[in-house]
Design a protein around this ligand. Structure first.
Ligand code: TYD
Length: 202
């Protein structure tokens, strides 16, 4: 049996972690086999790449290097963890996947989208999410929510960068409405959780 692949996307502070936690708790209670994972990361090698990517000291990192490292992390994560879990019939819930590369490295860093297409196919072994939950909210609200913590290299980018990220997520969602569930993330967490469950119909 093939499992189901669900990804969560959104700008910084959109509440992905809270929703993923609520969803995994629900699956646990129902006894539904699942794994919870994240990008960049998810396996020891991919988590090591995450450290390089998010380290605020790495100010010299070129956009090209950044894209390749996100894709390197994705290849390892997909091949080692996601594909075997799906083959075992599990629900895979990932905090971010390839849409983040289109939003952050494509729209915000202005890298060529055709190159991202090719690298994405290569790094995912053509593994696409069955459903992507986009938690959408204004950048100012997201930034306010994360401002109390130590910001990583990406979070330290200026507001205009995050505007482009949000815009691109909404654009991708519009282009692929059957894969996307766009949710107003200014709603209370419980309401958002219910909306996700209605869509998933578990
Ligand atoms: P994030 O998911 O926000 O984790 P946390 O909740 O721990 O802060 O951090 C991952 C960062 O990496 C986030 O700023 C988005 C960025 N990112 C990309 O730029 N491209 C990608 O392809 C992925 C997966 C993430």
């Amino acid at each position: 049996m093939q499992g189901k692949f669900i990804t969560f996307e959104g700008i910084e502070g959109s509440g992905k972690s809270t929703q993923i936690q609520l969803l995994t708790k629900y699956l646990e209670e129902k006894g539904i086999a699942h794994i919870r994972t994240r990008e960049p990361g998810g396996t020891p090698i991919a988590e090591a790449i995450r450290q390089i990517l998010l380290n605020p000291a790495h100010k010299e990192m070129l956009p090209e290097t950044e894209l390749l490292l996100y894709c390197a992390s994705r290849a390892q994560h997909t091949g080692e963890l996601i594909i075997p879990a799906l083959k075992a019939g599990k629900i895979v819930i990932s905090d971010r996947y390839f849409d983040s590369s289109y939003a952050y490295q494509g729209a915000a860093r202005k890298l060529d989208l055709n190159i991202i297409d090719i690298l994405t196919d290569f790094a995912t072994f053509h593994t696409n999410p069955d459903l992507t939950v986009l938690l959408d909210l204004p950048v100012e609200i997201g930034m306010k929510r994360i401002n109390s913590r130590n910001l990583d290299r990406m979070e330290q980018e200026k507001l205009s960068f995050h505007y482009k990220v949000r815009e691109q997520f909404l654009f991708i969602a519009k282009k692929a409405p059957s894969r996307y569930l766009v949710i107003d993330a200014t709603q209370p967490p419980d309401e958002i959780h219910k909306e996700i469950l209605r869509k998933l119909n578990f």
